[in-house]
Write a protein that binds this ligand. Sequence first.
Ligand code: NAD
Length: 295
Amino acid sequence: MQILDGKLVSQATKDLLAQKVTELKALGKKTPHLAAILVGNSGASETYVASKVKSCAEIGYNSTLLRFDEQISEKHLLDNIQLLNENPDIDGILVQLPLPKHINEELVINTIDPTKDVDGFHPMNVGKMVSGLPTYVPATPYGIMLMLEHYNIDTKGKHAVVIGRSHIVGTPMSILLSRNTKPGNCTVTLCHSQTKNLKELCLQADIIVAAIGRPDYVTADMVKEGAIIIDVGINRVADASKKSGFRLVGDVKFDEVAPKCSFITPVPGGVGPMTIAALLKNTYHASIGEKEHLN
Ligand code: NAD
């Protein structure tokens, strides 16, 4: 069994981007600039945004963090996105989800200029991804593809079971894995909360991508020998021995599943850091006016 080390691959991607930024600066070109919007003060969202902003600084990008109170009106938020759209110094815009209930998430995503939509959630970018056109690919599935590529994992002809059909993880993951690309070329089964025979399907899988949001949901009896396991889940479970009062676990019961696998991502330190690396790659492409071509 080999661990797919997201920290290591993310660092390698960041080192490469840092080098490219140094080159851009030496040529007198624009420094990539990411704007992040954080509404409210949910602990998890704070942590995610903080590590995105910190990563920008590490590799020489500029970043702007706009923080708004939980009570912000939808109009005020949309107006601020519009200002970022119109600001030529801003290359990429991300709005940390989820948003408070009174704000229409779809409207917010649709307001972001698709050329600055480095999270790849705008319907125009989703449409391009589905059509196999160059675009911004949603950061988490993109990060997973970068990880598979880094470890030169042969996915061609494999049966991939993706558990979870969210717009940000499961659905784009199923599309990317099924495409005629390397990595890619999988036969994909997309499972969700209404899937009847999840265990049977998982037992047929050469690759399982778990994006459910339920701690330790995928157990050893659901996994065949030699499978590749990508654990997207980030779940907080109470742990009195930690200063924070919680620890992070994935959707996969790591200790019992890992011995059966050929490759597995840990939580933390697997998909999480790759999501940030992918976001930074998208921002670089936004800055130089180019889209990743994954077709
Ligand atoms: P979501 O809640 O939007 O979607 C969960 C999906 O799981 C749904 O499509 C649902 O149909 C499916 N599901 C729920 N119960 C199921 C069951 N019993 N059997 C089969 N399918 C079931 O969640 P999401 O935004 O896709 O996130 C999933 C997990 O990934 C969460 O833990 C989230 O925190 C994590 N996440 C991690 C990263 C990262 O960078 N590592 C990024 C995004 C999300």
